[in-house]
Design a protein around this ligand. Structure first.
Ligand code: ADP
Ligand code: ZN
Ligand code: ZN
Length: 704
């Protein structure tokens, strides 16, 4: 009989502990999956590398079976999970099992054997490429596989490669010499960052290793897949993200663990890909908030990628046109190596920025027009030339709120501290936070007034206004409402690429990454809303969004000179817009970093949030007060500040009151020591607080 440690999925607040001890007839290697009893059910756990103290014999339970059909997860993977669990204050089992494809979790050994065999056979049949990856890839494979000759000869299928610029070469040299330091590649869109990633991937593959590439959005993976497949037609590329079907996700994951997959593309969850021969980790658009998980284990995939690189001794490449201030500060202090690509490939200029004063909007009928006349003309000219324009408005629906001027009624949500948005297409009032939807009332529900006014403007209304302003133009809209059906976004993007659209209206969805070739004008219709948000990161985000949007224009070098980015603003002299006009990220970042240093904010201060949800705000607050009292008694609280409880920025969602408490320290290790020491007190405070629905610790929070 052997005693083995097994990580099982017990939530942190259950107080059961991270890793439990079981009895087994034979030892199993760490990283092996096992079926074990847990309470009254059976569950899958992972054998953990850890010495275990034997509990009393009458409490010991037996392992049901080891899932030997699955290769053991690598030791470095176990270490990554252990670090993530400790850092983000979650249980090891939750993080570990949460990182496995859900469809593999219930299987016994015989079932797993079949799954592993089927996955291996599936990939043999599909040759080097993974099945089910869409037309772009199929076309590439057909092109590669049709010519006579030996398809295994890499020379035959190798696409011609562009000659690297001096900056790109410097970046690759820096990556080779980074010695454990991540490399931050800062360069505007079109400056050749992706080419650097691809060369770095090629090097890793030549060394017989696997490369992992992370992107922020599921929507961007097909585009990257097509690109990577075209560059490496004979290599097996798989993707990992939450929108994959269960079978495909499991198959791809197995291909990584068995070493068959050589290139792994994915969203944040792919940072836990079970690489067996890691050789490179790339994080594209590293500044993007989507890398931070916003529920459950609230980890930052970007930060874990950096940790993983050091753990595995593997180079890490972070790329962005507007790096996060965290990464930029590391690059200034020398913790990260930095390469800046200062020009677009081919020497084309960045689009010229035209800042126009929103206060000059003419009146059309009863209210202001949506576009200043000069912008309207600039768009009309492009329609005439068959060039495309892209209009960005970060708000969907027709109008963000309805209002009764007679009695002051507004279209609030009964369940949230938010307004319900008027959607004209189906004549509803919809809450974007809880989904509560009703038909729009004919008259004011409070006073019967028939004259309800729509306040403000969303993408739906902008689309409608553009159709009437530019009757000759083909206007389309892309936002979360138009892309709800599976495949709808890809179909809509295809129309844009095919030139069937003259003016595209959309939310930030259209600002990210897409390689539109005919866009020569991008306009932010009303970006000011983000200038004065209470969130201290809103300026950083707005700058990134606008830079990214500008990057959609003039991607075709022949058109770059004529391409423009327009901003309609009530604050034409705001330093953020001025820096944007100079395309001056470093200057902007330096100013923001000074502000953050002076006001004691990240990256100079380290934060954690204790969040509490309850039906009644008083219960959430009572939990936080108990937790604060416990914190005050801890010796680890030295050097750590615990602020009083306050309502979250969205104080109520779906009838749940949300309170939070900020914890900060100038020292990350001090904050970590404090959080670890505080954890048991939180479980006690929870037990003592009736009515508390849940609590969560959010380390390095991105939203408040
Ligand atoms: P980014 O990732 O910074 O947006 P890309 O790497 O996609 O930039 O490069 C933009 C365009 O320039 C792409 O079409 C790419 O193929 C091309 N390109 C990149 N590097 C070179 C180079 N050294 N020589 C010629 N073309 C290049
Ligand atoms: Zn009214
Ligand atoms: Zn709601």
């Amino acid at each position: 009989m052997e005693l083995i440690a097994v990580a099982v999925n017990t939530p942190q607040h259950s107080g059961l502990g991270d890793v439990l001890t079981y009895r087994a007839t034979s030892a199993a290697a760490p990283g092996t999956l096992v079926r074990v009893p847990l309470g009254r059910r059976e569950t899958t756990g992972i054998v953990w590398a850890r010495c275990v103290a034997a509990p009393p014999a009458d409490q010991l339970r037996d392992v049901i079976e080891a899932i030997g059909a699955l290769p053991a997860l690598p030791a470095s993977w176990l270490q990554l999970v252990e670090f993530a669990a400790a850092y983000y204050q979650r249980s090891i089992g939750e993080v570990a099992l949460g990182a496995l494809p859900p469809s593999l979790l219930g299987l016994d050994n015989r079932q797993m054997e079949r799954r592993v065999a089927r996955a291996a056979k599936g990939s043999a049949r599909a040759g080097h490429a993974a099945p089910g990856r869409g037309d772009a890839l199929a076309a590439v494979r057909a092109a590669v596989e049709t010519p006579a000759g030996d398809p295994n000869d890499p020379g035959l299928a190798q696409p011609p490669l562009p000659e690297l610029s001096a900056e790109q070469q410097a970046a690759l040299a820096a990556l080779a010499e980074a010695h454990g330091r991540p490399l931050l590649v800062h360069g505007v869109t079109g400056s050749g960052k992706t080419e650097i990633y691809l060369r770095a991937v090629a090097r890793a593959l030549e060394a017989g290793r696997q490369a992992l590439m992370l992107v922020p959005e599921i929507n961007l993976t097909p585009q990257l897949e097509a690109l990577v497949a075209a560059r490496f037609p004979l290599r097996r590329v798989v993707s990992l993200h939450s929108a994959l079907g269960a079978a495909e996700r499991a198959r791809n994951w197995l291909a990584v663990l068995t070493g068959r997959a050589e290139i792994v593309l994915g969203t944040r969850l792919a940072v836990f890909a079970p690489l067996v021969r890691p050789g490179l980790i790339v994080v594209d658009e590293e500044h993007d908030p989507s890398f931070k998980q916003q529920e459950g284990a609230r980890y930052s995939a970007r930060d874990l990628a950096v940790y993983r690189g050091r753990l595995e001794g593997v180079p890490v490449l972070l790329g962005s046109a507007t790096p996060s201030l965290e990464s930029w500060q590391h690059a200034q202090s020398g913790r990260y190596a930095l390469i800046s690509l200062n020009e677009r490939v081919g020497g084309g200029p960045m689009p010229r920025l035209r800042i126009v004063d929103l206060r000059n909007l003419p009146r059309g009928g009863t209210e202001r027009e949506v576009l200043v006349p000069a912008l309207r003309e600039a768009i009309a000219e492009r329609v005439g030339r068959r060039e495309q324009s892209l209009l960005l408005l970060n708000r969907r629906g027709w109008a963000p709120v309805l209002h009764c001027a007679a009695c002051g009624w507004k279209s609030g949500c009964a369940h949230c501290s938010a307004w319900r948005v008027f959607h004209k297409s189906d004549r509803t009032l919809r809450c974007h936070h809880c989904g509560f939807t009703e038909r729009v009332p004919r008259a004011c529900p409070d006073c019967g007034n028939l004259d309800l006014a729509a306040i403000g403007r969303g993408t739906e209304r902008l689309e409608e206004q553009l159709r009437s302003l530019l009757p000759q133009a083909r206007v389309a809209r892309i936002d979360a409402d138009t892309t709800r059906r599976a495949g709808a976004l890809q179909a809509q993007l295809a129309e844009v690429h095919a030139g069937e659209v003259d003016v595209l209206v959309g939310t930030q969805m259209i600002a990210k990454g897409h390689d539109f070739r005919r866009v020569t004008l991008v306009a932010a219709v009303n970006p000011d809303a983000m200038l004065f948000s209470a969130d201290f990161r809103s300026g950083e985000r707005l700058f990134a969004l606008l830079m990214q949007a500008a990057g959609r224009a003039g991607r075709e070098a022949s058109q770059a000179a004529a391409s423009e980015m327009w901003l309609q603003t009530g604050y034409p002299d705001h330093p953020l817009y001025r820096a944007l006009a100079r395309h001056d990220y470093p200057g902007f970042a330096m100013r923001l970093l000074d502000e953050r240093r002076t006001s004691g904010l990240p990256p100079f201060m380290h934060l954690a949030l204790l969040r509490a949800d309850a039906a009644r705000a008083a219960d959430a607050e009572a939990f936080l007060q108990r937790s604060a009292a416990a914190a005050a008694a801890l010796s680890e609280a030295a050097g750590v500040t615990v602020y009083p409880p306050v309502p979250a920025a969205m104080a109520r969602i779906a009838d749940v009151e949300r309170m939070q408490m900020l914890v900060e320290s100038a020292s990350r290790p001090a904050l970590q020591r404090f959080l670890a020491a505080w954890a048991p007190a939180l479980i006690e405070a929870r037990a003592a607080t009736r009515g508390l629905e849940r609590f969560a610790v959010d380390v390095d929070p991105l939203s408040f």
